[in-house]
Ligand binder design. Structure first.
Ligand SMILES: Cc1cc2nc3c(=O)[nH]c(=O)nc-3n(C[C@H](O)[C@H](O)[C@H](O)COP(=O)(O)OP(=O)(O)OC[C@H]3O[C@@H](n4cnc5c(N)ncnc54)[C@H](O)[C@@H]3O)c2cc1C
Length: 453
């Protein structure tokens, strides 16, 4: 059978033989189509394995033929991180099962579920709903998708509003099964594999962006579905004056007075976080320089209504506060998709981060967790490359005194050229050693991660 590579050049002469070897693993293999590109990089084939054994067989064939492999889930965030340096095989995890074709093994009495990495979060939670239990993460559906798979959620280490109360996917993860670059199957907490002994695989693979191996199964701690939910919020006036393009308006030492919304944010978030009403999430939404800043909290569980009312009252000292039974329309959604940046600062420094951004006067939309201080920022289409580079460099410098950082998660082609998407990290030498240990041939999503790992 003929093989046409995605560039239309026919591919190297060994391609038909490689495809046969991939097929012999039992996995379904097809030629890649243009829509299979990973951040603009076209794979040659797409493999759809059914279980961990087939993934291991695919990885052994790939190792023998020096094929670069990129795992993919629902592809909602496949464009995040650096484009891969090369990609021969896209490994589609969505058909993965275990045991006798199971995708979930639910121990309701123990509040634990073992789950296939290719299962969509939304599907998992509908399956658990019958037992009134859930994996307490907020999946983020994107048009035409099922909202991200378990494997992709772990690999990108993303979390939504409820991270404040329940922690992130990594905190809820009890165990994980992975297939390494050479085809070795390794389980955390289970059978010890010589070359990975001593590593906490769950922690390593969370946020690994497919650069260490393929996650095929995960076991999570579950929570009972809360009896009730309420949202309370308040709009705070943000400074109306734009900053200078270079961002010089903000100086950490000389904080503008606390009369605007940014100034009041810190004390409000501290009061909310320590309130007896115990919110599950404290989120902000700031649509841009000329808009107010909304602070909204989620209260879950018994007497949610009364507890949310207590928080509404607390917030009414800061502005006109409100109470709702439905989430605001922006809740748990990314502020944008094409250009997406993530800022992390220590808790209680959210207002500093907002001031650093405001100093640029650019049409940035900022949204995220105020108490956990993980914010996401997006821009309207057509942003100028020079302005983008200046913003990334300047905001990084502005956050540095607070110990904060900025990552460019996604950017349209060309916009982030010449920008270090991950920024400096003191953990780089350690990360390199781990990569060398797990994937010495640099075949797993090469180049996607921090420092081109
Ligand atoms: C504002 C915001 C809030 C969010 N909140 C949450 C939240 O609360 N909870 C939550 O779970 N998610 C959240 N997400 C993330 C969202 O659910 C993503 O869609 C998901 O993380 C990506 O899954 P995917 O299956 O589409 O992965 P893909 O887009 O297909 O892949 C993403 C990355 O993971 C790698 N990868 C995929 N599968 C595997 C695997 N099996 N093994 C190894 N590497 C793999 C890929 O190579 C790629 O690098 C949030 C995102 C945003 C922007």
């Amino acid at each position: 059978m003929g093989v046409t590579d995605a560039t239309g050049t026919g591919g190297p002469p060994e391609a038909p033989e490689a495809m046969e070897a991939l097929r012999a693993t039992g996995a379904v293999i097809r030629d890649a189509a243009p829509g299979d590109a990973v951040a603009g990089v076209a794979p040659r084939w797409v493999a759809s394995p059914r279980d961990t054994g087939e993934v291991a067989a695919l990885m052994r064939v790939s190792a023998a033929r020096d094929l670069a492999v990129v795992p993919a889930g629902d592809r909602t965030k496949l464009d995040w991180g650096n484009p891969p340096e090369r990609c021969d095989l896209l490994l589609d995890t969505r058909g993965l099962t275990f045991g006798d074709g199971l995708v979930v093994e639910h121990s309701a009495g123990d509040l634990v579920a073992r789950v296939s990495a290719g299962l969509a979060l939304g599907t998992l939670n509908s399956m658990l709903a019958g037992s009134r239990q859930e994996l307490a993460l907020d999946g983020v559906p994107r048009a035409g998708t099922v909202g991200g798979t378990v494997g992709g959620t772990l690999a990108t280490a993303t979390a939504g509003p409820r991270r404040f109360r329940y922690g992130t996917a990594r905190d809820l993860l009890i165990g994980v099964t992975v297939v390494l670059a050479d085809g070795t199957v390794a389980r955390s907490g289970g059978a010890v594999v010589k070359n990975v002994a001593g590593y906490d695989l769950g922690k390593l693979f969370t946020g690994s962006y497919g650069t260490l191996g393929v996650i095929t199964e995960a076991t999570f701690r579950l929570h009972p579905v809360p009896a009730d939910r309420r949202w309370a919020g308040v709009d705070l006036p943000a400074p109306r004056t734009g900053g200078t393009p270079g961002g010089q308006a903000y100086r950490p030492g000389g904080l503008p007075p606390g009369s605007d919304g940014f100034g009041r944010l810190d004390s409000l978030v501290t009061a909310l976080a320590s309130a007896q009403a115990e919110p599950s999430a404290i989120e902000i939404d700031w649509p841009g320089p000329r808009h107010d800043l909304t602070v909204a909290v989620l209260v879950e569980g018994v007497s949610a209504g009364a507890r949310a009312e207590a928080l509404r009252e607390l917030m009414s000292a800061y502005g006109t506060a409100w109470l709702r039974t439905e989430a605001p329309e922006w809740w748990a959604a990314a502020p944008g998709e094409d250009t997406l940046l993530e800022l992390r600062v220590p808790p209680a420094c959210t207002h500093h981060a907002l001031r650093v951004i405001a100093a640029y006067g650019l049409p940035a939309r900022v949204r995220g967790s105020a108490a956990s201080a993980v914010l996401r920022m997006s821009f309207p289409a057509g942003m100028d490359r020079e302005a983008f580079t200046g913003l990334v460099t300047g905001v990084r410098a502005g956050l540095h005194p607070f110990g904060g950082g900025l990552t460019v998660l996604a950017a349209p082609p060309g916009l982030a050229d010449g920008v270090d998407r991950w920024g400096p990290s003191s953990a780089q030498p350690l990360m390199r050693r781990i990569k060398e240990r797990f994937d010495p041939g640099r075949r797993m999503s090469p180049g996607r991660f921090v420092g081109g790992i």
